[in-house]
Design a protein around this ligand. Structure first.
Ligand code: AMP
Length: 295
């Protein structure tokens, strides 16, 4: 496993680009957990894997946790070594952003609402770093986690609209045994806060159960989720949207995203379910149909 610390080091990927196997990028901010590792394993099935580890300052707002975000490169490398990763790209901020105030990527409609409303500028920072990583690493495929559902949609929209030559795949959310979605930010939680954080996954599960029981009222389903979030400190949003255009449907049917964000001090946590709901029942679904720009 090669450790690449600068953009110049990426030249060492050149021989791999000339091989038949696809080059697959898994972008992360480090503090790796089993969710990240599942993405890496999926990527390994698809080709030669490059994992990027970079805590991207431009996607953090003022007062957010950029400074305190957990960083432990040695531990991350130890976790990746057994997974047959070709290279880890872990640049520093100065190498990725040599000057301030440069060109950024403006997100499209998928960034409106949900986290886009609560975190102004967040998706601009995400798209800017993802576009830079795509251009530097030049992967054939990139794997992202469904846990950050809106991020997947915003990135897929960029790939489609800017004709970027990469295929984007979303991987299912990996959860702890009690249902809590794995997140690097779970490290901020005390034992007591972790217990209260279960409200996110449990409330979504309650909505899923209601859907299985035949409930199709968007209002009732959102109230079901909201009631389940009473253990959290502050609910930022509870949304039931169509995946296709993030519209609020009249009835909870079709390809749906049920998404929540809440504060469980000192963390801001998100979780979601992606479901297909039709006359034959309720099934877990992928977010993206293999987004690939026409080359
Ligand atoms: P992060 O390091 O939090 O920026 O996440 C890096 C990638 O891992 C993103 O594509 C996330 O969506 C994904 N990810 C984070 N947590 C999980 C999880 N619990 N299950 C699946 N993917 C995840």
């Amino acid at each position: 496993m090669d450790l690449l610390r600068t953009r110049a080091d990426l030249d060492s990927l050149e021989p791999r680009r000339r091989q038949d196997r696809p080059l697959v990028l898994v972008p992360t901010m480090g503090a790796l957990h089993a969710g990240h590792l599942a993405l890496v394993q999926r990527a390994r099935e698809l080709g030669d894997v490059v994992v990027s580890i970079f805590v991207n300052p431009t996607q953090f707002g003022p007062g957010e946790d950029f400074q305190s975000y957990p960083r432990d490169l040695e531990r991350d490398l130890d976790l990746l070594r057994p997974l047959d990763v070709a290279a880890v790209f872990a640049p520093d901020v100065g190498d990725m952003y040599p000057r301030e105030g440069g060109v950024t990527v403006e997100p499209g409609p998928a960034a409106r609402g949900l986290c886009g409303a609560d975190r102004p500028g967040h998706f601009r920072g995400v798209l800017t770093i993802v576009a830079k990583l795509f251009n530097l690493v030049r992967p054939d495929i990139a794997v992202f986690g469904r846990k950050d559902a809106q991020q997947c949609l915003v990135i897929a929209e960029m790939v489609r609209d800017l004709d970027l030559p990469v295929r984007v795949i979303d991987h299912p959310t990996v959860r702890e045994s009690d249902g809590l979605a794995m997140s690097s930010r779970n490290a901020y939680l005390s034992t007591e806060a972790r217990r209260r954080a279960l409200g996110l996954s449990r409330s979504l599960q309650a909505a899923r159960d209601a859907l299985v029981g035949g409930e199709r009222s968007v209002t009732v389903l959102r109230e079901t989720i909201r009631a389940g979030l009473s253990s959290t400190d502050e609910v930022e949003y509870v949304e039931l949207r169509t995946v296709n255009d993030l519209a609020v449907p009249t009835l909870a049917e079709g390809h749906l995203l049920l998404a929540v964000a809440a504060r469980v001090e000192p963390a801001r946590l998100i979780d979601n379910l992606v479901l297909n709901v039709d006359a034959s029942g309720v099934r877990d679904a992928a977010l993206l149909d293999d987004v690939e720009a026409t080359r």
